[in-house]
Structure formats: structure tokens, C-alpha cells
Design a binder for this molecule. Structure first.
Ligand code: UD1
Length: 439
């Protein structure tokens, strides 16, 4: 197993490309199950979650071919002509919670699906009751047996569905079944995330009839069958990866440019960064951040899109922990999403948790330490802290990062950061990484 070694204190500078969004690519690749044939994609990020998705689709009977396109990103060809097993087994669902997304499309295509109840990131209970409620409204029946959800449907019929929470994957699951239902479905209180808008764009390119993407009411006029899109579909840029690098620049007092970012979908984060004092310039798909001389801490409260994304909360906290003054970070989407707090504390951050809020009092400096990554975004926050800390930081359990950040070490090095990926058992003399860079 590997770990990351970071030597902090170097302001990041330069330019890096942002990859395709993991949370768009997963449902889009899975949505091809609704339509037999060959599908082509571009700008698919090179991530373990993508490998897991393709192996899940392979197990269902849909082989794929993957091709590296330059330094970053993948082209993917996927053949969904035949479905051999309509099932997502526990060993795959366990690794990636989003595997539950096969439920809607498999029910729509085959009339049956078996999915192990998901595990995934340890960030709260994360039930799937709303997924099941929506699919039941379309005519599916479910039973729970041996840890699996088994679903069946004879005839999918359009329905009005009122979600009690605007769940992202829940909206996607219901949407992917409703596109093939008989008649019109309306999903009220639907999630409005940009990744859902991207999924709608893709489903539409296969002939689905959907209105209202990006709003909380989705109207779907079911069609008898879909056909593969003529052209390769390019996955939307990853706003969370983009935001993570902007915060890496801020926490190190650096200036960077990112390209391939979905600028229009990042307004909440960009607005908060401006409040901190960062100078933000934007173009169609690029963002330049210039750090302030002395930033001010800004409180945030996470919320469904277009609010401040919960997937940026941990990274925001790391950045705020070094600004003089105090702020409050409230987590309103997931309970129990503060696992990074104790680890940031080991590096010297002053953060106190009270219910769903973390009170952050800025400190003058963080110091390098050995820390443990607990989930994907928590891992990113520890890397940010390590890039700013005095001395050497070791981040363990980095398999979480491989799920969601494409070639992170390479990108940080492109920005001049001192970081290396080594085997857990090796040690690097303190200062050696900075020396290599001539710092
Ligand atoms: C997706 C994202 C994840 C992000 C999250 C919130 C993917 C693959 N993952 O996760 O990165 O952090 O959105 O933006 O896109 N809930 C219920 N019942 C349900 C479903 C959800 O009560 O049936 C609750 C959850 O416990 C949570 C809230 O709804 O409190 C939001 O969860 P949800 O939007 O479903 O997150 P995911 O789709 O799992």
C-alpha cells in the first residue's frame, strides 16, 4: 500500500487541467444500460471508481475498451448489446456506493435487478429509501433478501414522485427508469446538481425526452426505446476537483490557473473565495486564483446545489484553519462528515465541533504529522493542510484519493508542490523533496 509524503510551505503556481467529473461519469456510463448498442465517451477521468464501474458493467455482460487520451483523461467504448446478469454484487457495491445506480436502468431494460445494499464513504447513514420510493411509484416492487435489494417490474408506468430530500443519486436512479416508462413522470424536489444536467444531456442524446434539468422539477416523457448517440459524449469538468486545487493555491498563498473547469457551476465557491479576499478571474472554462496578502475567514453552510457543496466542506475547513480570525462551518447535507477534524487537529488546527457545526479559530501555522485519510474529501483536506504545514506530512490510506482525484501527485508537482507517492514502509529524509525542487 502507498502513502503520500508532502513537504509544505511552497506557494503553488502554474496551470493544470481539470478532468471529467467523477459524479457525472458514473451515472452516465451506467445509464447506457438503458440502451443496447455501442456507446462512446471522452473526458472520462482515470479513477478507481471508473474502473469499478466498468468492471461492474463487465460483470453485467457489457464489455468496454478504454484508451488513454494524452496525459489525462480516457476515451471509453462500451458495448451494452447484451445483459447477461441483472445484478450488482456486494464485492463491487461495497467499494463504490454509486453502484446502486444500476437499479433504475436494469429494471427499465430487463424488468428485474438485484443490488447489494450499499456501503461506500463513511459519511453518515446514507439510506436509499427515496430511490426505492420513486421506483415503486413507477411500478417496481422490492424485497430485501440476504443483504440484497431485489426489484421486479412488469410494466413501468409514468408517475408523480415527491422526493422528501433532493437526493442526487436517487434522482438519477428514478430518472434512468422513467425515460423508458409508459407515459409522463414528474420528479418534484429533484436534485439540481450539474452532474444531473450532464446525465440529462446524455440521455437526451440517446433520444430521451426530459425537461427541467437544473431545476427542482424534472418532467420525463417516457419513450419505448433509446438508441446510442451518434457522437462520442464528452463528460463535464469536475467542479470538486477544480475547487480542491483552488483551495490548495489559497492555503499555500499561491496563484494558479485551472483549465477545463465548469465555471458556471462553481458560483457559490467562487463567491466565497472572493469574500476571503482572493482575486478570481474567469473565462469560459478557466479560473485564475491570486491569493490575498492576508485573507479573512468566511463561514459556510453546506446545501444541495446551487448552495455550497458538501464535497468541498473538508477542504474549505483546512483553508480556513490558517486564516487569522474565526468562522463556522456547518454541515447540513450529511451527518458525521467531520472525520477530518481530529486529523487536522493533530497538525495544530484549532477546531471545535458542536452538533452539525465546526468552529474554526485560525492558527499561525500547521505542523507536519502522520495523518490518516478517512474518506475521499477528508483525504483532500489533509493534503491541503500538508501543503501549507511546516515540515513533512505523511498521509496514509490514500486509496480513497485514487477513487476521486486523477493523478493528484502529478498535478500538484506541475504546480511546484513537494509531494511524492511512496510505499507505506519507506521513509524519505525530511527536506529531500524540497531539495529536489531546489526550494
Ligand atoms: C452524491 C454524490 C456525493 C455528494 C452527495 C451530496 C455521487 C456519486 N455522489 O451522493 O459525492 O456528497 O451527492 O451532494 O454523485 N438521503 C436519504 N434518502 C435517500 C437518499 C439520500 O435520506 O434515499 C439523504 C442522505 O442521507 C443525505 C442526503 O439525502 O443526508 C443527500 O444524499 P444524496 O444526495 O443521496 O447523496 P448521494 O447521491 O449518495
Amino acid at each position: 500500500m502507498d502513502k503520500l509524503v508532502i513537504e509544505g510551505g511552497i506557494p503553488l503556481s502554474g496551470s493544470i487541467p481539470i478532468g471529467g467529473a467523477k459524479n457525472a461519469a458514473l451515472p452516465i456510463l451506467i445509464s447506457t444500460l438503458t440502451c443496447g448498442g455501442t456507446h462512446h465517451f471522452r473526458n472520462v477521468p482515470q479513477l478507481v471508481d471508473i474502473e469499478s464501474t466498468l468492471s461492474l458493467l463487465g460483470r453485467i455482460g457489457c464489455p468496454s475498451r478504454v484508451e488513454a487520451t494524452g496525459d489525462f483523461g480516457l476515451g471509453v467504448e462500451l458495448d451494452t448489446s447484451r445483459i447477461a446478469f441483472s445484478e450488482a454484487p456486494y464485492n463491487l457495491v461495497r467499494k463504490m456506493r454509486a453502484s446502486v445506480l444500476v437499479l433504475g436502468p436494469l429494471l427499465a431494460r430487463c424488468g428485474q435487478a438485484t443490488v447489494a445494499l450499499p456501503g461506500g464513504c463513511a459519511i453518515g447513514v446514507r439510506p436509499i429509501d427515496q430511490h426505492l420510493m420513486g421506483l415503486e411509484a413507477l411500478g417496481c416492487v422490492f424485497k430485501l433478501e440476504n443483504g440484497n435489494i431485489e426489484g421486479r417490474v412488469k410494466h413501468l408506468k409514468g408517475a408523480e414522485i415527491n422526493l422528501s430530500v433532493p437526493t442526487v443519486t436517487g434522482t438519477e436512479n428514478i430518472l434512468m427508469a422513467a425515460v423508458l416508462a409508459d407515459g409522463v413522470s414528474v420528479i418534484h424536489n429533484a436534485a439540481r446538481e450539474p452532474e444531473i444536467v450532464d446525465l440529462v444531456r446524455f440521455l437526451r442524446s440517446m433520444g430521451a425526452r426530459i425537461k427541467g434539468e437544473g431545476t427542482s422539477t424534472l418532467e420525463i416523457d417516457g419513450v419505448p426505446a433509446l438508441r446510442p448517440a451518434r457522437e462520442a459524449f464528452s463528460i463535464l469538468g469536475d467542479r470538486i476537483e477544480a475547487g480542491t486545487y483552488l483551495l490548495a493555491a489559497l492555503i499555500t498563498g499561491g496563484n494558479i490557473t485551472i483549465t477545463g473547469a465548469p465555471v458556471a457551476d462553481m458560483s457559490s465557491l467562487l463567491q466565497h473565495l472572493r469574500q476571503v479576499g482572493a482575486e478570481i478571474e474567469t473565462g469560459d472554462d478557466w479560473i485564475r486564483l491570486t491569493s490575498p496578502e492576508k485573507g479573512v475567514p468566511v463561514s459556510i453552510e453546506t446545501a444541495p446545489h446551487p448552495g455550497f457543496p458538501t464535497d468541498m466542506q473538508a477542504q474549505w475547513m483546512a483553508a480556513m484553519s490558517l486564516l487569522s480570525g474565526s468562522c463556522i462551518i456547518s454541515e447540513k447535507v450529511f451527518e458525521n462528515r467531520f472525520m477530518h477534524v481530529a486529523e487536522l487537529g493533530r497538525m495544530g488546527a484549532n477546531i471545535r465541533i458542536q452538533g452539525p457545526s465546526a468552529h474554526v479559530s485560525g492558527v499561525d501555522s500547521l505542523t507536519g504529522a502522520t495523518v490518516m485519510a478517512t474518506d475521499l474529501r477528508a483525504s483532500a483536506s489533509l493534503i491541503l493542510a500538508g501543503l501549507a504545514a511546516k515540515g513533512q506530512t505523511e498521509v496514509l490510506r490514500i486509496y480513497h484519493l485514487d477513487r476521486g482525484y486523477e493523478k493528484l501527485v502529478k498535478k500538484i508537482k506541475m504546480l511546484g508542490g513537494a509531494i511524492a507517492r511512496v510505499s507505506t514502509h519507506s521513509t524519505l529524509p525530511v527536506g529531500s523533496l524540497r531539495q529536489e525542487l531546489g526550494n
